[in-house]
Design a protein around this ligand. Sequence first.
Ligand SMILES: *[C@@H]1O[C@H](CO)[C@@H](O)[C@H](O)[C@H]1NC(C)=O
Ligand SMILES: *[C@@H]1O[C@H](CO)[C@@H](O)[C@H](O)[C@H]1NC(C)=O
Ligand SMILES: *[C@@H]1O[C@H](CO)[C@@H](O)[C@H](O)[C@H]1NC(C)=O
Ligand SMILES: *[C@@H]1O[C@H](CO)[C@@H](O)[C@H](O)[C@H]1NC(C)=O
Ligand SMILES: *[C@@H]1O[C@H](CO)[C@@H](O)[C@H](O)[C@H]1NC(C)=O
Length: 562
Amino acid sequence: MHPVRSALALAGLLVSTALAVPAEVANPTEHHPVFECNLPVHTERLPTYALGHSLVFPQDKLQAIIKGAAGGGARIDEREDDSGRYWYSRETLVGRFDKKTNETFVLPDLPSLKPGDIKLNGELLKILMADRSIIANDKTLAGIVIGSRLDGSRQVLRKEPSPPASYLLEGAVRRAIPYESASHPVCGPGSQAVFSFDASGNIRGLRHAWKPATSQGTSLQPLRPDQIRARIAEKLAESGLDGNATVRHVDLCFYDSGAAHIQPVFRFNATVRSAGGPATALLVGYIPASDKGALEPLPNITNPDRGALPGPSLPQYDPGLNATRSPRSATTLARLPGPSRRDGAIALGRYLMNGDGLSPTFIEEGWGLWSGLHSASSRFVDAQYYWDDARGYNEWAWYYVNNVDVAFSDGHGWPHHFLTNGGLPGGGTVTISSDLYAKGFGASAEGRGLSYWILGECSVIPAPTDFPAGQGHLAFDPWWKVFDGGMRAAVGYRDLAFTNPPKWSEVGMALGYGASVVHGFMSTMLPTGKTSAVTRCGRDGETIFQVGGLGKPDCLTIWWYN
Ligand SMILES: *[C@@H]1O[C@H](CO)[C@@H](O)[C@H](O)[C@H]1NC(C)=O
Ligand SMILES: *[C@@H]1O[C@H](CO)[C@@H](O)[C@H](O)[C@H]1NC(C)=O
Ligand SMILES: *[C@@H]1O[C@H](CO)[C@@H](O)[C@H](O)[C@H]1NC(C)=O
Ligand SMILES: *[C@@H]1O[C@H](CO)[C@@H](O)[C@H](O)[C@H]1NC(C)=O
Ligand SMILES: *[C@@H]1O[C@H](CO)[C@@H](O)[C@H](O)[C@H]1NC(C)=O
């Protein structure tokens, strides 16, 4: 995500003025990551904070936002269970309040959005920020920044795509901590207050989680730059990524876990080269800012309890199926494995890149997605779980990707390409669409018929604006063949994205409760990178339970965040 950090300084965010020293004092004999950034220098003792109970977003304001998000006139049904309250417009989830965490989100009804020149509604934001049940009255700072902008373009078959237009703009409240006469960002999943505005200045979306913080004094001595460098190298070595990682940025931020503390940390981001192919991915990591260690656990780059390994790819199954590589025969097709459509089962297939330094993270993300879906609804079936293989999208698509309702691929990627196996020459590259099954994916091709394709790889769904002016059709071109099979939507990223297993669980839950696949994905995953999606025109509001046969499309929409 690249939010523009200028903006309406309502409560004034100062720029950090910390000194910086160059990081590179290379020891060529040592196995170490490359540092291409400065390291921060801080000397004053660092403050820590204790968090109180989560605020509950005021119900009257929430009701008004939910009505607006659903496009005004639509009827809203409220449902409730042990874990939360849910608001639906027809069958699509537009809002959720989590009773355990007090977190709230509202998603806009995409089909009802109108394009326009969007500005933040500063007056309304001021009123919301002044509400003590939205932003706590405490010694931390809060300021408004302009967040991401949702753009879209559609292409009617054999016509030029429509000029890109804007549909939503985020105004985000950024929390910060005063330290060494500057203000330093609060980072981590804990504090969020993001409002999405439409072209008429109405709020159409919301993410909110906030806890008041009490100062616990300033007791921690910050690490010196050489210590910071060594700790980051250790952290990368723990995950086995040190040889292929380049650290791009290190700064001081205050990590809000959303649990008990806001604690100072050094945050770093790094690019990680793929095995086999030319791709890179991003990761973000945190080390405690002092020698005293962490007040509460910080997320690790890899987690040893990530879940079972995927099954070996290709083809181990039924000798009868194995004998015929051709799916043409009706008896072969009739014997395809998978849960019954009649029971309303939604079959999930997960295909993860093998042979790469980040493969353990891809596994963790795959389990995150499954646990989220599964916790939201018992209709999901974990039908396929394999190491990825390029043939699963082509000659074996009828058995793999096109024999599930929802496919999740994860690995490294770049525009219209992704890698499946770092151990193969070229990394087992799949090019969209020349390496895909010729009839595309969906009910018109052999197999169950894919409805939704979730691409966890970086950059696979570029936007028309990622191509030279007048060449926007290049963003659409390869997708026509894929959708000709009847598929409903593909969601992913248009740019580099950060790995983040907990977010995959969150998005699984949002989709499992019935959020629009397109915008539920794009909005939930936005903190990890610029999300994007390709969908059939007018079907952007469909949920993961709307599966099955559609014919060839005559219009496609691409949505993307800036
Ligand atoms: C959520 O809000 C309620 C009511 O204010 C409060 O009792 C509860 O502790 C809050 N939950 C959390 C996790 O802080
Ligand atoms: C790394 O983090 C810094 C500060 O948060 C940010 O400005 C920069 O864009 C990030 N780099 C990447 C590659 O995302
Ligand atoms: C770096 O990637 C290469 C493949 O490109 C792999 O062989 C090697 O083991 C990796 N090294 C580390 C330390 O991750
Ligand atoms: C990260 O790893 C360390 C050491 O292996 C462990 O103590 C810590 O609890 C882990 N953190 C999380 C959030 O799992
Ligand atoms: C299926 O075919 C593959 C090669 O295409 C072979 O390696 C495998 O052993 C076969 N499996 C069975 C059960 O015959």
